[in-house]
Write a protein that binds this ligand. Sequence first.
Ligand code: KG4
Ligand code: ZN
Length: 343
Amino acid sequence: MSDKSIIILGIESSCDETSAAVLADGKILANIIASQKVHETYGGVVPELASRAHQQNIVPVVDQAIKASKIDKRNISAISYTRGPGLMGSLLVGASFAKAMALALNIPLIEVNHLQAHIHAHFIIEKDGFSNQPGFPFLCLTVSGGHTQIVRVNNFFEMKLLGETIDDAAGEAFDKIAKILGFAYPGGPLIDEYAKTGDAQKFNFTHPNVPGYDFSFSGLKTAFMYFIRDNIKRDSEFIVKNKADICASIQKTIVDILMQNLKQAAIDHNITEIALAGGVSANSLLRKTLKNIGEERNWKVYIPKFEYCTDNAAMIAETGFLKFKHNEFSSQELAPVARLKFI
Ligand code: KG4
Ligand code: ZN
């Protein structure tokens, strides 16, 4: 790190993670994430509780990130923050904090689109210099609790949305199905865990019929609800007796739906650099399937470290760094946007 280093403080507060990160010339110095446990018993994120928790966490999280990075806050070049999409009450906490701190330090502000940042997570450089960056153009499948998209990335800021979910996100589908099974929120990781010992061919669920590269998961969720209801009528112990097979079968269906469109997009666009982003990237079957199809089709597959897949400020700082180099700064008047469009 030299006197001329570009040091970015990134702030993320779009959903239920309060996070702050420090990046110097694209290299990660600190990435602190405070996850909110208050939503566990509600089966999903409660927006009002999320904003209150952000309000409690934001100062200690930023303080911890600056201390862990060992930088002097007077050397920060700019502050980047998530402008959207996300929960309005949550976004307001991060945006207001970023604005106040930028004013206090007299440094520029940089607004960040959360979905672009998930993709830019692939360009974060580790402390030891390691990075595994996809080459342009690449396709990125972003799968999280809030989003499911296939994006063609031509360069850092030229991105084309090829397809997205028309209703529920993939992570949301995992969580809602898990809730039907009686699991706590977020249930996606539990489905993954139980599925490990199950037979994925035991139960069949039909795939949605959606044109192009778009996705739909709400029909699957409803079909699953009826499937459980009907089977419980016949045997009240149905879930307990078949937990692993149910989880394996539904997980395979979700992964197959995701991979079908990704595979088609890769063929149609003649692209072999394939990247994954978002919290559902943690799913072991999705990772395995992507790697297997990748070997079959000569794809180069990129999956960021889990810490950069789930919501985190390192990716927000990375986008901030890329925008800083383009002199793209934002005014203090800019307001967060809950439904911020992708481009
Ligand atoms: O990116 P993320 O942390 O937050 C959002 O932006 O939504 O993603 C969280 C989502 C949740 O829906 C969670 O259930 C899902 O990612 N998830 C998983 C796994 N780990 C996290 N879904 C399936 N299998 C997993 N192993
Ligand atoms: Zn996200």
